[in-house]
Design a protein around this ligand. Structure first.
Ligand SMILES: *[C@@H]1O[C@H](CO)[C@@H](O)[C@H](O)[C@H]1NC(C)=O
Length: 282
C-alpha cells in the first residue's frame, strides 16, 4: 500500500536524521523530484544560467557564465522506492544514435480538491539508465526544495548523484497548455550538452559536459498524499515527439508502471516517436 509506504519512509528518514546528527552537523532533508536530498546538496540555478560538469565537480554558472557555486557530487543515488514514483512510462534508447529532442505538450491539471501539504511532481525526464543523472521538466503541486505551495508551478531540474539543481518555479494555471523541450545541443566525443525548458520564461536549464542520457520517462510522483482527493481528478494527456540525432523519429516502445493501490495508471495510446500519446489517469 502506497500510504503505509510513505509512513515507513518518514520514519526511516527521521532515523537517518537522528543518526547523522551524532556524527556531523545536521543537514535537513528537502524534497526533490529525485526523492529527499540533504538541503546543502540542492542548488538554485540563476535565471538563464546552466550547470557544467568540470572534472568530477559540477559548476553552477549564471547567465553571464560567472561561477556561482561548485558542487562535488558523491554517487549516492535515491533508489526508485525513495523517489516516491507512483506511475510512469519509460523508454530506453538502446540504439547507437543519441536522442536529439524529447518534446512534450500537455495541459496543467485541475487543482486537487483537498490540501494536506502533499507534493505532486509530474515530469518528463531524460536520464542515465542507472538514474544517476536525470534532466527533467517538472510540473509541481505543493512544496519542494525549490519552493511552491497550494498551486501548480513549473521548473527544470538536473539531478546528478547526491546533487540537485533547479530553476526558480514559475506559477502556472489549471488548463494552461505546456510545451517542453529537452534537446541535445552538442556532442563532442563522449561529452554531451543538453538544454531543457518549458515554453515558460525562466525555466531554461543547460547542462554541459555530461554523459549521454538514454532513458526517457514520464512520471507522476507524490509525497504526503493522505486521500484520493489529494490528487487532481481526470486525466492528463501528453503528446510526444522524440527525434534521434540523425533527425529520424525514435523507434519508441514505452513500458508502463501503474499504481493500482492509488487508482493511478499510465496508458500508452499511441506508441510512436512521431506523434505519440500517453495518458496518466488519476
Ligand atoms: C572537443 O573535446 C576536445 C577534447 O576535450 C577539445 O579539445 C575540443 O576543443 C572540443 N571541441 C569542441 C568543439 O568543443
Amino acid at each position: 500500500m502506497r500510504f503505509s509506504l510513505i509512513t515507513f519512509s518518514s520514519a526511516a528518514l527521521i532515523g537517518l536524521l537522528t543518526h547523522s546528527a551524532l556524527a556531523a552537523p545536521v543537514s535537513s532533508l528537502v524534497l526533490t523530484p529525485g526523492g529527499y536530498h540533504a538541503s546543502n546538496k540542492v542548488h538554485p540555478v540563476p535565471t538563464g544560467g546552466r550547470v557544467s560538469h568540470v572534472g568530477s565537480d559540477i559548476h553552477v554558472l549564471d547567465t553571464s557564465d560567472n561561477l556561482v557555486y561548485i558542487a562535488t557530487p558523491t554517487t549516492t543515488v535515491a533508489t526508485p522506492e525513495q523517489t516516491g514514483s507512483v506511475t510512469d512510462a519509460h523508454w530506453l534508447n538502446t540504439g547507437s544514435i543519441p536522442i536529439y529532442f524529447f518534446l512534450n505538450t500537455w495541459n496543467v491539471p485541475p487543482v486537487p480538491a483537498t490540501w494536506h501539504g502533499q507534493t505532486i511532481f509530474l515530469f518528463n525526464a531524460i536520464a542515465l539508465s542507472t538514474f544517476e543523472a536525470s534532466l527533467q521538466t517538472v510540473l509541481q503541486y505543493g512544496g519542494s526544495a525549490a519552493g511552491g505551495g497550494e498551486y501548480w508551478a513549473v521548473a527544470t531540474w538536473y539531478l546528478y548523484g547526491s546533487e540537485a539543481f533547479y530553476t526558480t518555479p514559475v506559477e502556472v494555471t489549471p488548463g494552461q497548455s505546456l510545451a517542453t523541450s529537452i534537446e541535445l545541443i552538442e556532442v563532442n566525443g563522449t561529452v554531451y550538452d543538453y538544454l531543457a525548458a518549458f515554453d515558460v520564461a525562466g525555466t531554461e536549464l543547460g547542462v554541459n559536459g555530461g554523459e549521454q542520457l538514454t532513458l526517457t520517462t514520464k512520471t507522476l510522483e507524490s509525497y504526503g498524499v493522505t486521500e484520493a482527493s489529494d490528487y487532481p481528478t481526470g486525466e492528463t494527456e501528453f503528446s510526444i515527439n522524440i527525434l534521434l540525432y540523425n533527425n529520424d523519429f525514435a523507434p519508441v516502445s514505452w513500458s508502463v508502471v501503474d499504481d493500482p493501490a492509488d487508482g493511478l495508471s499510465t496508458t500508452v495510446n499511441t506508441n510512436s516517436g512521431d506523434g505519440g500519446v500517453i495518458t496518466i489517469t488519476y
